[in-house]
Design a protein. Structure first.
Length: 271
């Protein structure tokens, strides 16, 4: 009887160990599944056409299409939320959002606080002025009133020319408000990314505006997806970016919004 009970006890121990192992394996698999199926909170500032804007309540733009393609390439689901420019940085710093795709230029200063993906877009700041303006270079902005979107590289580029605390630099919450200031004769020029400026001029021919480039003064920039520091999503989406570039998806999206092919060589050289 004692031997039978001992044997039974041993069998019960084995059953318990096997069950625990099975449960552990199942839990691990489930955790991976939950992680993969988790809906990522992706924040942006949807006031920056053609990259992100609201059209009849629906978010559209180059970045929106890119994020959709990256979602498919990576296998991660996401929800894109329009929070505004400054809150984008606040959400990533506090880690209430997983990432942001919002025409964000990769800068040394920003890299101190955030992680960035490999670049997915090349940009350069440009000057928007009335068609009869005599402004031809960035140096011609001296003594002029210039409207910019606050906290963007457009503001930083103008400050390098006019001085950081120059009162003639008017800062606005959105680039659209900066453009409105120009149209209302409250500014002589607007400085912002060329993709935004060219798109606005092309789609608003009646406004009698033009764009002026100055690559001798304004340096080229690259947009990246921005993450909280030490994000595990960076390598995943770096692979996804490479995938959509290699399979031609990126070029199709680029041509849809900019009517020309991207310079993939310059883009990929920045890795």
């Amino acid at each position: 009887m004692i031997k039978k009970l001992s044997l039974l006890s041993v069998l019960l121990v084995f059953v318990m160990i096997f069950s625990a192992c099975s449960a552990g394996s199942s839990s691990s698999s489930s955790d991976k599944k939950v992680t993969k199926e988790k809906v990522l909170r992706v924040v942006n500032d949807a006031t920056y056409p053609p990259f992100e804007t609201l059209d009849k309540g629906k978010m559209v733009g180059f970045d929106v299409d890119i994020m959709d393609a990256l979602s498919k390439a990576s296998g991660y689901k996401y929800k894109l939320v329009n929070v505004g420019w400054d809150p984008v940085f606040a959400e990533l710093k506090s880690k209430t959002a997983a990432m942001s795709i919002s025409a964000i230029s990769i800068t040394t200063d920003r890299e101190k606080t955030y992680d960035f993906s490999n670049p997915y877009f090349r940009s350069i700041n440009e000057i928007m002025v009335p068609k009869d303006s005599k402004i031809k270079t960035a140096q011609d902005l001296k003594g002029k009133t210039v409207a910019v979107q606050q906290g963007t590289t457009g503001q930083f580029a103008v400050e390098k020319v006019l001085g950081k605390n120059n009162p003639k630099i008017k800062k606005f919450k959105t680039v659209n408000l900066a453009i409105m200031e120009l149209l209302n004769h409250g500014a002589d020029a607007v400085v912002a990314d060329n993709g935004v400026m060219d798109y606005y001029v092309k789609n608003n021919p009646g406004k009698n505006l033009k764009t002026v480039g100055d690559e001798n003064t304004f340096e080229g920039e690259f947009y990246g997806i921005m993450y909280p520091k030490d994000s595990k999503l960076k390598p995943v989406f770096d692979k996804a970016i490479k995938k959509i570039i290699d399979d031609g998806t990126y070029t199709k999206i680029y041509q849809k919004w900019f009517d020309k092919k991207p310079d993939l060589a310059k883009l990929q050289a920045q890795k």
